[in-house]
Design a protein around this ligand. Structure first.
Ligand SMILES: Nc1ncnc2c1ncn2[C@@H]1O[C@H](COP(=O)(O)OP(=O)(O)OP(=O)(O)O)[C@@H](O)[C@H]1O
Length: 212
């Protein structure tokens, strides 16, 4: 899916935190949102993911204006098309790895065919095979990152929104998650990633300076 932001402005608590931001994120590509701390990367990511309303400007998905989507329409977008890997990964520590991978789909009511076979495939892709019955609290930071990606792949999301995916990962895990995101994009998905990490930025086809 092509996702575009045109002249987006956002104020929080009476302060302008995003000003006339225009961006185009194409399917099959990873787009990096870059810039100094506080420039508005997370804010822009949240606006494009319809998590945060904009004060001015338009958001288009495949050419359709979704800026004024109703709550129901936004929920359908999240359920059917989007996956989010935000800073806390949204993982339920007291549940199993398998539950964490499949829960978004179950809770949001999206049907996925061949569930068990699909789960096995996703576990293998993300290096979590054989661990599906372990509690998520047993996982390291890098493994949780892969678990969050496993959930997005399992869901078969068209657009992946990612915030600071490689912060606090060691070199090996960083390389692994960057490969997984690249692979996800190469299968025609739209990947948008807010990041400071130069390795992550280099792996992205498009680099968008926020606030410049
Ligand atoms: N809920 C909020 N309440 C008040 N100010 C906020 C809120 N969310 C964001 N801001 C402000 O908006 C500005 C942009 O924040 P944002 O998190 O988008 O920046 P960022 O570029 O992602 O930063 P970093 O690289 O440090 O994560 C910052 O000045 C921040 O303080």
């Amino acid at each position: 899916m092509l996702i575009e932001g045109q002249d987006l402005s956002v104020s929080i608590g009476g302060r302008r935190v995003l000003e006339s931001e225009t961006i185009s994120c194409k399917p099959g590509m990873m787009t990096a949102l870059v810039g100094p701390s506080g420039c508005g990367k997370t804010t822009l990511l949240h606006c494009l993911g319809l998590l945060l309303p904009v004060d001015q400007g338009r958001i288009l998905i495949d050419g359709d204006d979704v800026t004024k989507y109703s709550t129901v329409a936004r929920r359908h977008f999240w359920r059917d098309h989007a996956a989010f890997i935000l800073q806390d990964y949204g993982i339920m520590d007291d549940e199993s790895i398998a539950f964490n991978i499949t829960m978004g789909v179950s809770l949001l009511g999206k049907r996925v065919t061949g569930n068990q076979a699909r789960l096995v495939e996703v576990l293998e892709q993300t290096g979590l095979q054989g661990r599906e019955n372990e509690l998520a609290s047993h996982l390291s930071g890098g493994e949780k990152q892969r678990l969050a990606l496993a959930r997005a792949i399992y869901k078969d999301a068209s657009i992946l929104f990612i915030d600071e995916p490689t912060a606090s990962l060691d070199a090996a895990n960083r390389k692994k998650v960057i490969e997984l995101f690249s692979d996800f994009a190469m299968r025609g998905r739209t990947v948008i990633v807010a990041t400071h990490d130069s390795e992550m930025i280099n792996a992205c086809g498009v680099r968008h300076e926020v606030g410049s």
